[in-house]
Design a protein around this ligand. Structure first.
Ligand SMILES: Nc1ncnc2c1ncn2[C@@H]1O[C@H](COP(=O)(O)OP(=O)(O)OP(=O)(O)O)[C@@H](O)[C@H]1O
Ligand SMILES: [Mg+2]
Length: 381
């Protein structure tokens, strides 16, 4: 398939033309031209933007272009970037960053992904990828994600991937021993990753529940690249019914690449002003990244009807984003967390278990509930 690509500005051609196979149709915008005008012509599937050309006004143009062309892939060719700049680029919706000079095949891989997207050749999406991210440290994102996984695994094959690459502790919520291997071992051998290697690198928290633990040594996080995470998720979705990603708040390129693959994103907040502000910021950031709004569902954790900030206030502040509440159950949660024993196993009748079961049920609506889930809903429910 012939891909229509746009280069911005024209001078960026020196960086990439060698890597753009001439079967594709490439047009260029000179530095004075408006990117949006060029995009108004015949549809382009790929836009390559050089970072040196990105001032405030061009960033605005890119933002407008991303909004108007949600199916186009925007790539930043990064030569002079700082982390702040990368974040700004991501905010306006640029999802892929390639360092220049390009490594061999890097651009070709992007083109192959664009081609697959155009031809609809991606595998049918039977697997659901869910991400949990805390609006503030300690909000319960890992606790909820890890425990939801355990409940889902009653009926489905579930993989939890700990993407808190520096200080991940997701495994400890559902299992009481150390992981013999971690995500760092998997990404070190990413080229030969397959279902068997992935399964053998995980800890089994229950018969259907695999957990890929975060690296033991925080310094190993630096070796993990967005491409590694992409490859890992590709193998994961082909082999599990649910993939749960536990994220921290550093929405860096690795996390963004993971979020790109998500069907649902759950920012986890508590009822505080700081959390509300952060939830709004995260919502905006996710919108800027071009994710459809219906992919995001905020969880108001440790909800207490008597709290100063009410559910209505949270809902009003977050507009159309759905907000689901999970009750406060400190004793049940901390006993489960301290012992590495899933809450559904340790405290099956807890209000917190019930809330998680409801969440699981919404994600697995088709079949009748089984096992302990049935105790809450009844066989005929
Ligand atoms: N609904 C709840 N009620 C009471 N306590 C809860 C609830 N949910 C989680 N907790 C408690 O909150 C603690 C912290 O949660 P967790 O580690 O999941 O936070 P986090 O959002 O992942 O933050 P970080 O990744 O920054 O540590 C857990 O150990 C658990 O005991
Ligand atoms: Mg966490």
């Amino acid at each position: 398939m012939k891909i229509k690509a746009i280069l911005y500005p024209q001078s960026a051609s020196r960086l990439v033309l060698r890597d753009l196979p001439d079967v594709h149709e490439v047009s260029a915008v000179d530095a004075e031209g408006r990117l949006t005008t060029l995009l108004d012509g015949p549809s382009s599937q790929l836009v390559l933007v050089e970072d040196g050309a990105l001032g405030d006004s061009t960033l605005q143009q890119v933002e407008e272009a991303v909004r108007r062309h949600p199916t186009t892939t925007f790539v930043l060719l990064a030569q002079h970037h700082t982390p702040e700049f990368l974040l700004r680029a991501m905010r306006v919706g640029i999802r892929e960053v390639l360092r220049v000079p390009l490594a061999e095949r890097q651009l070709l891989e992007v083109i192959e992904r664009v081609e697959a997207k155009q031809s609809g050749a991606q595998p049918p999406h039977a697997c659901q990828v869910l991400a949990f991210l805390p609006c503030k440290g300690g909000n319960g994102a890992t606790f909820l994600g890890a425990n939801l996984g355990w409940i889902l695994a009653e009926r489905s094959r579930v993989l939890l991937i700990d993407l808190n690459l520096r200080f991940g502790d997701a495994l400890s919520f559902v299992h009481d021993a150390e992981a013999p291997s971690t995500l760092a071992d998997v990404t070190r051998h990413i080229a030969r990753l397959d279902a068997a290697l992935l399964a053998s690198s995980c800890v089994r928290a229950s018969p259907n529940y695999a957990v890929l633990a975060a690296p033991h040594d925080p310094s190993e996080a630096m070796d993990v690249t967005p491409a590694d995470i992409d490859a890992l998720i590709t193998v994961a979705v082909a082999n599990y019914d649910f993939v749960i990603l536990d994220l921290d708040r550093s929405l860096d390129p690795v996390a963004i690449r993971a979020l790109d693959r998500c069907d649902r994103i759950y920012p986890v907040m508590q009822a505080s002003v700081t959390d509300l502000r952060n939830a709004q910021k995260i919502k905006e950031l996710l919108r800027g990244l071009g994710y459809p709004p219906d992919r995001v569902e905020v969880i108001l954790n440790r909800h207490d009807k008597g709290s100063e900030i009410t559910l209505e206030q949270v809902r009003r502040a977050l507009g159309s984003t759905p907000v689901t509440t999970v009750p406060n159950a400190w004793v049940d949660a901390s006993t489960s967390a301290n012992r590495g024993d899933p809450i559904a196993k340790r405290a099956a009748s807890s209000s917190l278990t019930r809330a998680l079961a409801l969440l699981a049920r919404a994600l697995q609506p088709a079949e009748l509930p089984r096992g302990w889930v049935a105790r809450f809903f009844g066989r005929g429910a």
